[in-house]
Design a protein around this ligand. Structure first.
Ligand code: BYC
Ligand code: FE
Ligand code: FE
Length: 481
C-alpha cells in the first residue's frame, strides 16, 4: 500500500485520489486542531515531546520517534493492507464477500458502532488534559502525551470512516465528535467511563490498564467485522493500544513497588508519613476503574449485540484465530451465567449465545485483567508483604447490565443498601483518600528525577534511559498559557 506522508493528512488510503473526501477531511482538520488546543493537554503545546508517530503499517517499522510539538503531530490515517477476497467470517452472512461499502440494511447500526468507538477517543484526551501539570517524571509526562496523541489518531481513523462511507450524516457525526465534552451535563460523552474524572496519576494508570483494555477487546471484535474498512482500521489501532496498557500496568506496578519500599522504612508500615500511596487506596482505585470498565461491555443479555453478530458487524474476540472457534454461527447454543432475582437471590440462566456476546467478551476481558493483577501481586510478595490486590466481583459497584445499582460487596455478597452505604468508603476511595492522593501530585520535570510516591521504570523508551530528555521545555514564558 502506498504511504503518503507529505500531504496535509498523512495516509495510506490513497486520499489524493479522492479529492472530495480529501477536501472534507482537510476542512475537518482545523476543527480538530482547535479542539486539541482547547481540550488537549493544557500547558504543554509549545514543548518538544519525544513522540512516536505512525508512519506505515509495516509490523517491523511502523513507528518513527522524534521530538515534536504536539500541535505539529502528524495524525495520519492508516489501515492494515487489503487482503484479496476477504469474506464475512461469522453470523448469517458468513461466506459472503466482506463489504467494502456500508451495507444498506445495517447503515444505522454500523454508524452507531463507529460513532461510539470514535467518541471514546477524544473523551479520554479531555479526561486527562490536566495531568501533565502534576506528572511524576519527564518519562511519565511523555507517556501521557503519547497516549493522548494516539487517541487523537484513533479519532482520525474513525472520522475517516464516517466521512468516506456515510456521506453528509457521517460529516455531521464528525463535527459532533468535537462538540460533546467529557463530564459535561448538557453534552456528555456517550459511554459512562468516559465522563468520569481522571483527577490524579493513579487514576490515569488504572484507566490505561483497565479502560484502554476495554478498547483492546472492543477493537479486536471490530477487527473481525465484515465491514472491511472498519476491520482494517481497528486492526492497526490495536498495535498502538499495547503501549497504552503497558503504561497502565507498569504505572500501577511502579506505585506498588514504591509503596512496598516505603512500608519497610515507615513506622507501623504507614506510608502516608513518607508521602507514599497505601496499598488499600490502590485497591480502592482498582475497584473503581475495574467496575466502571466492566460497564463498558453493555448488557449481559443484549439484542443489540445479537444483531451485530448476526449481521457480521462485530465478532467475538479472536473469532477467526485458528483453533479458537469451530462454529461461527453461534446458533442453538447458550452461555451459562447467573442473574440476580432481587434481595440477594440469584439464579442460573442460559442466555442464547448470540445475545450473550457482550458477556463473552467481558469474561475474556476479566481474565486478561487478572494477569496484570497477578504480576502486581508478585511485586508485593517479593517485598515480603502480606497483601493481595483483588479484582472485585462483577456484581460490585455496577451501573450497566443486570447487576447495576444493587448492594453487592466486592466479594459478590448481598449486604443490603444500608450496610452498603455505610461501607462503600472501605471499597471506593473517599473524599479524604482522593484529597490525600491529590496532595501527592506535585510535578517533577527534571531529567532523571521522580516523585517520591512512584518507583522509576526499569528502562526508558526506544532504547533510551530513564534519564533521557523526553520533553524539551520551551523557554517562551507564554508557552504555559
Ligand atoms: N455507558 O444493548 P446493550 C476505547 C447503553 S474503549 C452508557 O446492553 P450494547 C478507549 C447502550 O448504548 C472501547 N451507556 O449495549 C479506551 C444501549 O443504549 P440504547 C469503545 C451504555 O449496545 C480508553 C443500552 O445501554 N468501543 O476504545 O450491546 C481510551 C443497552 O445496552 C453503556 C466500543 O464500545 C455504558 N457503559 O453494547 C480511549 C465499541 N453500556 O440502545 C479509547 C462500540 C451500554 O438503549 N460499541 N450502554 O440507547 C459497542 O459495541 C456497544 O455500543 C457497547 C454497548 C458494547 C458499548
Ligand atoms: Fe484509542
Ligand atoms: Fe488507548
Amino acid at each position: 500500500m502506498r504511504v503518503d506522508l507529505d500531504s496535509k493528512i498523512p495516509n495510506n488510503v490513497g486520499l489524493s485520489d479522492d479529492r472530495k473526501l480529501q477536501r472534507a477531511l482537510e476542512a475537518w482538520q482545523p476543527n480538530f486542531i482547535n479542539w486539541w488546543m482547547d481540550m488537549g493537554p493544557e500547558g504543554f503545546q509549545m514543548d518538544q515531546i519525544y513522540l512516536r508517530t505512525a508512519v506505515s503499517v509495516d509490523s517491523k517499522g511502523w513507528a518513527h520517534f522524534e521530538h515534536v510539538k504536539m500541535p505539529d503531530y502528524r495524525w495520519g490515517i492508516f489501515l492494515t493492507p487489503n487482503e484479496e477476497e476477504k469474506l464475512i467470517n461469522f453470523g448469517d452472512n458468513m461466506g459472503q464477500p466482506a463489504w467494502d461499502k456500508v451495507p444498506g440494511d445495517w447503515r444505522t447500526e454500523l454508524r452507531r458502532i463507529i460513532v461510539t468507538q470514535a467518541d471514546t477517543e477524544p473523551a479520554s484526551v479531555e479526561q486527562q488534559r490536566l495531568l501533565g501539570q502534576c506528572a511524576p517524571s519527564m518519562y511519565d509526562l511523555r507517556n501521557l502525551f503519547q497516549v493522548n496523541v494516539e487517541e487523537g489518531r484513533h479519532l482520525w481513523a474513525m472520522v475517516y470512516l464516517l466521512h468516506k462511507y456515510f456521506g453528509r450524516d457521517g460529516r455531521e457525526e464528525g463535527e459532533d465528535l468535537l462538540v460533546r465534552r467529557s463530564g459535561n451535563v448538557d453534552s456528555p460523552r456517550i459511554l459512562g467511563a468516559f465522563n468520569e474524572p481522571i483527577a490524579d496519576w493513579l487514576s490515569f494508570f488504572c484507566f490505561t490498564y483497565f479502560t484502554d483494555r476495554d478498547g483492546k477487546y472492543q477493537l479486536a471484535s471490530l477487527a473481525e467485522s465484515g465491514f472491511d474498512p472498519l476491520a482494517r482500521s481497528c486492526r492497526f489501532m490495536l498495535t498502538e493500544e499495547a503501549h497504552h496498557m503497558f503504561v497502565g500496568e507498569t504505572g500501577v506496578s511502579r506505585v506498588i513497588q514504591r509503596t512496598c519500599e516505603l512500608m519497610k522504612e515507615a513506622p507501623g508500615e504507614d506510608v502516608t508519613t513518607r508521602g507514599g500511596i497505601p496499598l488499600d487506596i490502590i485497591q480502592k482505585y482498582v475497584n473503581r476503574w475495574f467496575s466502571v470498565s466492566m460497564d463498558l461491555f453493555g448488557g449481559e443479555d443484549s439484542s443489540n449485540a445479537a444483531a451485530y453478530f448476526a449481521a457480521g458487524l462485530k465478532g467475538r474476540f479472536n473469532e477467526t484465530k485458528p483453533g479458537k472457534y469451530a462454529d461461527h454461527l453461534a446458533l442453538d447454543q447458550v452461555y451459562e451465567t447467573q442473574k440476580p432475582k432481587g434481595d440477594g437471590a440469584t439464579e442460573n440462566v442460559e442466555v442464547p449465545l448470540r445475545r450473550a456476546m457482550n458477556l463473552l467478551l467481558r469474561d475474556e476481558y476479566k481474565v486478561d485483567c487478572q494477569k496484570g493483577v497477578d504480576r502486581w501481586n508478585k511485586v508485593i510478595k517479593r517485598a515480603g508483604i502480606n497483601f493481595q490486590i483483588v479484582l472485585p466481583s462483577e456484581r460490585f459497584h455496577r451501573n450497566q447490565g443486570m447487576w447495576a445499582n444493587q448492594p453487592w460487596d466486592p466479594s459478590g455478597n448481598w449486604i443490603g443498601q444500608e450496610a452498603y452505604d455505610k461501607r462503600i468508603g472501605d471499597w471506593i476511595a473517599t473524599e479524604a483518600d482522593t484529597q490525600y492522593i491529590a496532595s501527592l501530585m506535585k510535578p517533577v520535570y527534571e531529567v532523571g528525577k521522580i516523585a517520591p510516591w512512584i518507583a522509576p521504570p526499569r528502562t526508558g523508551l526506544n532504547g533510551n534511559g530513564f534519564d533521557f530528555e523526553y520533553v524539551k521545555f520551551s523557554d517562551d514564558p507564554y508557552a504555559r498559557i
